[in-house]
Design a protein around this ligand. Sequence first.
Ligand code: C5P
Length: 415
Amino acid sequence: MLTGKRILLIVTGGIAAYKTPDLVRRLRERGAAVRCVLTEGGARFVTPLSLSAVSGDKVYRDLFDLTDEQEMGHIQLSRDADVILVAPASADVLAKMAHGLATDLATTALLATDKPVIVAPAMNVRMWEHAATRANLRTLMDRGVTVIGPEDGDMACGEFGPGRMTEPLDIVAAVVAFFHGGRPLAGRHALVTSGPTHEPIDPVRYIANRSSGKQGHAIATALAALGARVTLVTGPVALKDPPGVATVHVETARDMLAACLEALPADIAVCAAAVADWRAADTAPEKMKKDGGPLSALALAENPDILAALAQPGPDRPALVVGFAAETETVVAHARAKLKKKGCDWICANDVSPETGTFGGDMNRVHLVTADGIEASEVEDWPALTKAQVGEKLARRIARHLAPAAAEDAGSSAE
Ligand code: C5P
């Protein structure tokens, strides 16, 4: 519930602004008091009258019009709020927030506030995917701004993809979660590796494996949803970068290790990537030619072990280092041995024998082996879940381990 909570809702320009009267109604149904600031762009999509009717309050628009007795300055507006919610948040307002511009009442209130800020971005998919928007979002998240969505879907501009504002009821759920400690990993930095690596043999050939990156990407998404700042280091995959996650694209194991070390310090490291164990010892500068016979020698060199490197004791070691063990037989026994060998804290062991369809598929069955379990032989056997559910369960399990009190508040104690 949101009883007694005061929300300053900033409505910026975007077609999704037409959904904000419904959003206000839903927030008020849960007991929140909502005061609206409407930007010039926002006013093209929703009228002040509609917002004022549903909020039961005046709608604030003008930075300089303080002549009216009922008028309130930007400082007072943010002072009187428990949280500022920007919905829809246009690419423009995100850019202004990231750079500290204060050109109207909305951006001035946002710059002047010391209250928590939640944004629900909505924009054309290309604007969402533009490097400038990604960088702005990163900056805002680093400053503690909470990001809700956007969602994939058909967009008003006729395109399909991420950029649609999260539906009002889901925004309300996220606001409720925000007030009830639904972000137990807020303030933590999580590093996740995902996907395969490609190890070149010559300019056109490479050694690779069947990893799709679905599990690693799902873990990154789930950790971000619990409030963590997430850096995802991914090999080549056919997946979109998860929204709200800083994604670094690499090809080889050595690049992946370098990107991971660069991303430190981190509180959590989850190595879900299927890193190639070997690379070609020498890459041919030109495409290798067939000569009618077998290729008798392709010398391979061992790749660095990223998980083991991150798990090494030292000042930069993340508090929790989690590895995966993809096995085709005696899964748990191998996982235990791997836990010891790599020095990590947990291993998520999964059976990837071809009949399970785990590689590239949407389901996964995990056995979580924790360091305590090495001697005691304690293992959590999770049921068959979708990779998204495995990501969520693992993120909640991590939250419970690192921030037990906050995770309990967020209702994850039943995990
Ligand atoms: O040794 P193995 O590949 O079976 O171990 C799997 C675990 O180790 C996974 O968590 C994987 O991401 C990680 N790994 C790694 N770097 C490697 C090999 C594996 O991080 N070179």
